[in-house]
Design a binder for this molecule. Sequence first.
Ligand SMILES: Cc1cc2nc3c(=O)[nH]c(=O)nc-3n(C[C@H](O)[C@H](O)[C@H](O)COP(=O)(O)OP(=O)(O)OC[C@H]3O[C@@H](n4cnc5c(N)ncnc54)[C@H](O)[C@@H]3O)c2cc1C
Length: 427
Amino acid sequence: MGLNRAMESRPAYVVGAIDEQDVAAAVRMAVAQGRAVGVMATGHSPTVAADGAVLINTGRMNGVEVDPRARTAWVEAGTRWRQVVERAAPHGLAPLNGSSPNVGAVGYTTGGGAGLLGRRFGFAADHVRRLRVVTADGRLREVSADSDPDLFWAVRGGKDNFGVVVGMEIELFPVSQLYGGGLYFPADATGDVLHAYAEWTRSLPEHMASSVLLAQNPNLPAVPEPLRGKFVTHVRIAFSDAEGGEELVRPLREIGPTLLDTVRDMPYAEVGTIHHEPTDAPYLAYDRNVFLRDISKDAVDTLLAHAGPDAQPPFITELRHFGGAYSRPPEVPNCVGGRDAVFCLFTGATPAPGSLESRDRFLADLRPWGTGGTNINFAGVEDADPAIVRTAYRPGDYTRLTEIKAVYDPGNVFRINFNIPPKAAPA
Ligand SMILES: Cc1cc2nc3c(=O)[nH]c(=O)nc-3n(C[C@H](O)[C@H](O)[C@H](O)COP(=O)(O)OP(=O)(O)OC[C@H]3O[C@@H](n4cnc5c(N)ncnc54)[C@H](O)[C@@H]3O)c2cc1C
């Protein structure tokens, strides 16, 4: 089972692959037996039940090779971001990792990948040089813009709909320091913080990444004492320019007293402390998200009413700043959506009675500010319907994805996922 237990699966076989040949053999076996194929590295992101399928677990394939001169890394399928960050840091380099060091680098990147350097450099998928992919015919392919432009375009954003990525070459960036951390505000400051944050984000340089998390913290020893058992509004900061961070953060500090302020100069290797997300204990979360084109005063009031400290029953909400380099097309095009968004609002509901319903009412009420799009990396088990999956892509791109799927996986072998069905052949 994966880390997020929101979906139970009973696969026919679980293949603990140790190399790309194992992956290819597992796909061939599945096809020969008429079974679907699913892939899992960490299990952070369940989609549909893998019942009767062949589930390929890539957790043992976790090699990382950094080439400091080329500023690239070769990353195997089961590698977590922590390993890439650790290997790149001694060379003064950083990958475009996400907020949690425990997330799988390949699962994240094939879904776009919006991290703490993204407003400056774009999505992680925009900086993949080449891939090795096992497709539904059991072939191991070297995939790049030159060798297989359609497949290269589709896999960077299309997750595992087109095959199992066994390794990827990614670009690294010369970032060794951050001014970053968290400003943790008490519940009664939430309204002031959200209104000030929305205004603050309007004039930020692209070197500044930020988000706000609204969450009721459990009363557990693992939670730092000043935050324990409290509703906390947590502003996260990651500023990657050499100077000016403190000045930029000043207006947020002036909002009022914090429960905790961890924003400081830090080596990039400590990037995982900024969001301070849970580590490897299994959990239950029902995630959903919307891309927003703006966050007006009314949008902030809507957010407060549904997800603020008085909202019942609670769920966690993250508002993440997009724009900047995310909105620019990459040098080598891919299918990643969300380039028209200024924010992504992500929610994680719990099994508590009413949590799912109140989360969905909240998302529906935000529709006036939405782009109509969603982020496939922040999607949850209730988003597996193809009608929802297609909202992660521009309409023309979605059609092209179904056409490419029909070429590389006409039998929809890779369907234990946020599925993009193959375009039906004309009658
Ligand atoms: C705590 C936390 C923080 C996060 N932060 C961010 C963030 O900052 N930015 C962001 O963009 N996302 C973020 N995410 C979302 C994350 O990127 C996705 O959930 C991602 O799919 C996780 O990949 P995984 O390998 O860890 O999970 P898994 O559940 O093992 O895999 C999830 C999916 O990834 C795909 N996948 C995995 N391995 C392969 C492969 N070898 N080939 C092809 N497809 C594959 C498949 O579709 C698979 O179903 C976060 C998630 C969590 C839980």
